[in-house]
Design a protein around this ligand. Structure first.
Ligand SMILES: [Zn+2]
Length: 279
């Protein structure tokens, strides 16, 4: 089995929203903000190649939504995009057998659907089954008013015939376990992948960056912040105990890290790229 990080570009979000109740004078020491208080976030996906099976975990924002709603996000993916990054490691969208979506917020699943020049929408991975938790699918197609802007229907409806829903924690593919988290949104599914004798956790929005390790550093977007706090505490304890490799989707500066326990809670032990995995 081989894992390839797949960069799909980056965008900007308000740093205050990303760190919730924590004051900027504190969080900005661990994650830099620009003069407008924006912080830069990656959309770093993961490709798992295991024989004929090629699983793409998340797929960024996609290219079809370069419209008025997107101008806030200062997209900067002229040089980096999903197809180019897949190509760089020798694959095309046709090769993907499975697309795994942690959840359906636009910055994680927008690349699932493409648009032709007439505006027709179609699944961007013609040979893939799309996997998503039943809780998240049902939550997203009938969204509450607060999360609704994160679930544009054009990202979801064209996939209707192609999604395979799963209901609970467990092994979805050999060596690919998923665990459901409900603090950020309902039914966010986090992959735990066995790789070279270690476990790689694709933390997605359960732990968006390495600057979110302190327990109260919780995004304002989360629907159940106190549940996020509990879920994060368990994830961090487990990661320290088992020396998990945390792989960050959004952290622009850190691709992976391991953790160590300190008196002040879990801290980063080592930062590295997945290709430089410490022995
Ligand atoms: Zn999200």
């Amino acid at each position: 089995m081989h894992l390839y990080p797949i960069e799909t570009g980056h965008f900007k979000l308000d740093g205050g929203a990303m760190f919730g109740v924590v004051p900027k004078v504190i969080w900005s020491k661990s994650y830099p903000a620009d003069e407008n208080n924006y912080i830069t976030l990656s959309m770093r996906c993961l490709l798992l190649v295991d024989g004929n099976r090629k699983i793409l975990v998340n797929n960024g924002m996609g290219n079809k939504s370069k419209d008025k709603n997107m101008q806030y996000f200062s997209l900067n993916d002229e040089e980096t995009n999903l197809k180019k990054s897949l190509n760089d490691v020798g694959f095309t969208p046709d090769d993907i057998t499975d697309v795994f979506l942690t959840h359906l917020h636009f910055d994680h699943c927008g690349g699932s659907v493409d648009e032709d020049k007439h505006g027709n929408l179609f699944p961007a991975f013609p040979n893939a089954t799309y996997h998503v938790s039943r809780q998240q699918w049902e939550w997203a197609i009938n969204p509450n008013k607060r999360e609704k802007p994160s679930y544009p229907p054009e990202n979801l409806l064209p996939l209707k015939e192609r999604v395979k829903l799963f209901d609970r924690d467990g092994e979805l593919f050999p060596g690919f376990m998923v665990k459901i988290f409900n603090g950020h949104t309902m039914g966010q599914a986090i992959p735990y992948i066995s790789y070279e004798g270690k476990t790689v956790v694709y933390t997605s929005d359960a732990l968006p960056t390495s600057a979110h390790l302190p327990l109260p550093y919780i995004m304002s977007y989360d629907i159940q912040p106190l549940l996020t706090l509990d879920e994060k505490e368990s994830l961090l304890n487990e990661a320290v105990e088992n020396d998990y490799i945390l792989f960050f989707e959004h952290d622009h500066y850190t691709e992976c890290c391991t953790l160590e326990k300190t008196q002040k809670g879990a801290k980063v032990k080592e930062r590295f790229r997945l290709k430089d995995l410490p022995a």
